[in-house]
Design a protein. Structure first.
Length: 196
């Protein structure tokens, strides 16, 4: 139950553009289209944003919310239950983007020197960390991916490259199979559901 997304190298250039810049660029495109004109002059990062849209390819049926995806997910889940039995554990993981300095650091809003000195008076407060996370969705998604990797590989003891349990298993023993789905919360943070 994962979404396969094909990303071109041109699309990755837009990954470091803030959400506000993307919003302004999309508004610029919409206004130009409403007037029946080509966007001229385009905003500075408009080309990267257009490349981002063109460079992401996936099937819409892989997303929750579409009728075909719900049918597919239901069939997948029944298949898992038939093959492995009912899930023994259901876990929801909701990493709080405002609870970590990692996003602020990787987004360039926090210097390495500040971290090294450990001067907490200079570090961004929770509201600033939330603002930074919302302005840099790519960094937030990478943070979520790191958290999910730890859960899958350490807690569940699953080798993602080999698609099988690791030799010693995880904290729940040897996991025969798991299903996972990721979605956004109202706050904009990603969270994942696991059936183990």
């Amino acid at each position: 139950m994962y979404i396969k997304l094909h990303v071109s190298s041109e699309a990755l250039k837009a990954g470091m553009i803030s959400r506000e810049t993307i919003r302004k660029s999309v508004n610029h495109l919409v206004q130009a289209e409403a007037r029946g004109m080509k966007p001229n002059p385009p905003p500075q990062q408009l080309e990267e944003i257009i490349n981002l849209r063109k460079g992401l390819r996936t099937s819409e049926t892989a997303f929750w919310g579409f009728n075909l995806s719900r049918m597919r997910a239901r069939h997948d889940m029944f298949g898992y239950i038939k093959r492995y039995g009912p899930p023994q554990l259901f876990v929801t993981v909701s990493p709080d983007s405002a609870g970590t300095y990692s996003i602020a650091f990787t987004a360039g809003e926090l210097s390495r020197r500040t971290i090294e000195e450990g001067n907490t008076h200079l570090l961004p407060n929770q509201a600033d960390r939330k603002r930074i996370a919302s302005e840099y969705p790519m960094q937030s998604a990478l943070y979520f991916e790191r958290v999910m990797t730890v859960i899958i590989e350490v807690l569940l003891g699953w080798d993602q490259k080999m698609h099988e349990p690791t030799k010693g298993g995880g904290i729940f023993g040897i996991v025969g199979a798991y299903g996972a789905a990721a979605k956004t919360q109202q706050s904009g943070d990603l969270h994942g559901h696991f059936g183990v």
